[in-house]
Ligand binder design. Structure first.
Ligand SMILES: Cc1ncc(COP(=O)(O)O)c(C=O)c1O
Length: 412
């Protein structure tokens, strides 16, 4: 049997990993600034993580959600402490899309309504509801098109209010920071207005923190930069060191009803051991602070790199670098398409918070990313054609940053 061929693969086969390093089957060492797509929060194969998962496997790996599993309560306690949302409750599932699917379902149960407001450039996953609120018709099959969804421009509070006033909205879903959409940070002021408007309309606000959560942005959740408290928060990637997991944090306004949500695998013992270990390591090693500090250092080094451009053509937006908001970055995409791309693209703008950073170039980055991987042995991600997306493990050090910057400088 062959694999269903849906992924474009780099010709690399990782067989071993530790911290921020990965080794392939030929023994080549790589620096990981991609974190397996924002998943490896506490670093690869952290000894405490390996011990916790191995120990749990020797006790009990799985039993169904028809019996008590105190590990689930322990995890809920720890996420409550890390996030400061002790009064919320936790529903456990297996992936980011599934977390969003359950959050959308809860919002709809709660309001008795159907239509969802989502945002242009959004990515929320590939299951039916999650892909319906994803702003990409190419990954939506006809089967997924029955949902009622209205897409609104980022930061457009007037249109959101107009849509809410129609009285048929079940929920509003937004990413803490858009990842696939190109590291777009909603304005903090917009987030506060959105929170107030949804509260006033009695419509649940769903924060998709699948990628931007679990410390990645330099706060536990990216929306906490705006000081808001959403009704539903979804999480997944950084939660369990690569063990498949997802979760929804649910505000106290929601009443659970037996059977309204459910899953076979969600909350299983092995996943819980993995997630508890990750939560403990994040706390003990102050990884949220590390993400902020090293992220700021990485941003500053990237800016210095652009400042050093000999011909003055390369620019980075200082305001965006410091504040990192979508409105400050507006117009970037259009500009990059209007200008004839030079042979070797140069850095145009740096966006993001903590260790969720986008380095936007004034031309395609595919070749740069390939050379970083095969010549410099550094893993990076992308958003669209012109942006290198950096989603390093939260244990990244300043020395790692220096190695990456040197590699990037040489490639450019
Ligand atoms: C913001 C966001 N939401 C949801 C998802 C879907 O998560 P999963 O692939 O675990 O279903 C992703 C995945 O990239 C994501 O970035």
């Amino acid at each position: 049997m062959k694999l269903f061929d849906v992924y474009s693969l780099f010709d690399v086969t990782p067989v071993k990993a530790l911290g921020t390093r990965v080794w392939d089957d030929k023994g080549t060492e790589y620096l990981d600034l991609y974190g397996g797509h924002a998943v490896i929060s506490v670093g690869h194969c952290h000894p405490e993580y390996v011990r916790a998962v191995t120990d749990q496997l020797g006790k009990i790996g799985f039993y169904s959600n028809s019996v008590h599993n105190p590990l689930q309560e322990e995890l809920a306690e720890k996420i409550g402490e890390l996030s400061g949302l002790q009064d919320y409750s936790l529903f456990l599932c297996n992936s980011g899309a599934e977390a969003n699917e359950n959050a959308l379902k809860l919002a709809s149960f709660h309001t008795g309504k159907k239509r969802v407001i989502a945002f242009r450039g959004a990515f929320h996953g590939r299951t039916s509801g999650a892909v319906a609120v994803t702003d990409n018709p190419r990954i939506r099959a006809p089967f997924n098109t029955g949902h009622e969804v209205t897409f609104v421009g980022m930061n457009d509070i007037l249109t959101v209010k107009e849509e809410l006033s129609k009285g048929d909205v079940a929920g509003v879903i937004i990413e803490g920071i858009q990842g696939v959409g190109g590291i777009i940070i909603p304005d903090d002021g917009f987030m506060r207005d959105l929170s107030a408007a949804t509260k006033e309309a009695g419509v649940p606000l769903i924060l998709d923190e699948v990628q931007s959560g679990f410390g990645r942005s330099g706060k536990f959740f990216a929306h906490q930069w705006a000081g808001i408290k959403p009704d539903l928060i979804t999480m997944a990637k950084g939660m369990a060191g690569g063990f498949p997991i997802g979760g929804v944090l649910i505000s106290p306004e929601f009443e659970p009803v037996k059977g309204m949500l459910g899953t076979t695998f969600g909350g299983n013992h092995l996943a819980m051991a993995a997630a508890i270990a990750v939560a403990d390591i994040i706390k003990e090693e102050n990884l949220v602070s590390n993400a902020l500090e090293v992220g700021e250092y990485l941003k500053a080094r990237l800016l210095a790199l652009t400042d050093g451009a000999p011909d003055g053509e390369t620019t980075a937006t200082l305001g965006t670098l410091r504040g990192g908001t979508a409105s400050e970055a507006s117009g970037g995409a259009e500009r990059s398409e209007a200008v004839e791309p030079p042979e070797t693209p140069s850095v145009k703008e740096i966006r993001g918070r903590g260790l969720m950073l986008g380095v936007e170039f004034n031309g395609p980055v595919a070749e740069i990313r390939k050379r970083l991987l095969f010549e410099k042995h550094v893993f990076t991600g992308v958003s669209g054609k012109n942006m290198i997306r950096l989603l390093a493990p939260l244990v990244l050090s300043k020395d790692d940053v220096d190695i990456f910057i040197k590699a990037l400088e040489e490639v450019l």
